[in-house]
Design a protein around this ligand. Structure first.
Ligand SMILES: Cc1cc2nc3c(=O)[nH]c(=O)nc-3n(C[C@H](O)[C@H](O)[C@H](O)COP(=O)(O)OP(=O)(O)OC[C@H]3O[C@@H](n4cnc5c(N)ncnc54)[C@H](O)[C@@H]3O)c2cc1C
Length: 306
């Protein structure tokens, strides 16, 4: 269960009180504050705090004294201009603080994004819960034969069942051993010292869940989402990125719209690729062989045009 009834009661209590503020708020984001959005089997993403909104981006870009808003259309146009021309610092004026619960192997990919501030749950101090990511049957795939860094078709029948059983039983066995090592009662009921938590955790598999607070500015969040909400990103991190995308779309609709248009849905063309487009527009029959591009580049170029 991603959120226990006690944790939900704490969230409800936070959401039932409000304080007046002079600061910029986003109505869309207020609706998300504290609420847990479930991801995978035990994970979630929830917004703990945020700073700024679409207007704040424009205010920073114009270095204005007041709200800085000329009109909503003006603001949207300015935000699209900033995004289009990689004028990124105004986006850094907005911040978001998330509480994320995620499997350790997903956290290892996530932590590579160095521009965030992170504080992780301490498994030296606390005892980890018996919560492991076990994929749904539709997400247990074979190794891809075309992409070494990806997955192919869904495993089926006896193989799928055996993989699922191995994942479940290994996770539980490792956790049983974890408990028996940190416990102060030995296997026959006799007292024992109990192994330090910081050591016992080394035996736990990478599908166990961890949690952290993750704070990042909007510019670097967009960079994270560009890479991790991409169809080539691993499914297990992509679902977190997708959940965050929905929150960001409500928080800063104009900035998210520009990001979706220029980055998520857009493509960057090399000089050679651009030359091919020009030749195609003139009616020339351009192929990989006469494009000047490698097979891989050509495949990606075709993919971008489709
Ligand atoms: C599909 C995919 C496959 C991947 N495969 C692998 C893999 O096989 N092995 C592996 O190790 N990693 C892999 N990665 C991780 C990848 O190499 C990056 O580490 C990760 O995506 C973080 O990107 P970043 O450094 O741009 O982001 P951030 O750390 O958030 O940095 C954002 C930007 O800030 C700047 N920056 C931050 N820190 C520095 C710095 N110290 N010096 C210079 N500039 C800095 C850079 O411009 C950077 O782009 C993969 C990532 C993806 C999306």
């Amino acid at each position: 269960m991603p959120i226990s009834p006690d944790q939900q009661a704490e969230i409800d209590a936070l959401r039932s009180t409000s304080k007046p503020t002079l600061r910029a708020v986003s109505e869309g984001m207020e609706a998300h504050l504290y609420t847990a959005h479930e991801v995978l089997d035990h994970g979630f993403v929830r917004v703990i705090d945020y700073m700024g909104n679409d207007e704040a981006i424009c205010q920073a870009a114009r270095v204005s004294y007041g709200k800085g808003t000329k009109s909503v259309q003006n603001d949207e146009g300015l935000i699209r201009y900033l995004m289009r021309h990689w004028h990124s610092t105004p986006f850094e004026m907005c911040e978001i603080k998330l509480h994320v619960k995620l499997p350790v192997f997903v956290a290892r990919q996530w932590i590579r994004h160095r521009t965030a501030n992170v504080n992780e749950y301490s498994a030296r101090y606390s005892i980890l819960d018996r919560e492991f990511y076990i994929p749904e049957a539709s997400h247990i795939n074979a190794q891809s034969v075309v992409n070494n860094q990806g997955r192919g078709g869904v495993l089926e029948g006896a193989e799928a069942a055996r993989v699922l059983e191995i994942l479940k039983s290994d996770s539980n066995r490792a956790y049983d051993h974890y408990e028996s090592m940190i416990g102060t009662e030995g296997p026959d009921g006799e007292p024992q010292d109990g192994l330090a938590r910081e050591l016992a955790r080394m035996n736990l598999p990478a599908n166990i869940y961890t949690q952290w607070y993750w704070k990042v500015d909007l510019h670097n969040l967009f960079h994270f989402l560009r890479l991790r909400a991409d169809p080539h990103a691993q499914y297990e991190i992509r679902v977190y990125a997708d959940a965050i995308c929905k929150v960001v779309a409500d928080w800063v609709p104009a900035a998210y719209g520009a990001f979706e248009d220029y980055r998520l849905g857009g493509a960057t063309l090399s000089a050679k690729a651009l030359d091919c487009v020009r030749r195609m527009l003139k009616g020339e029959d351009v192929t990989q062989e006469n494009s000047g591009m490698s097979k891989g580049e050509w495949r990606e170029f075709e993919g971008a045009l489709k």
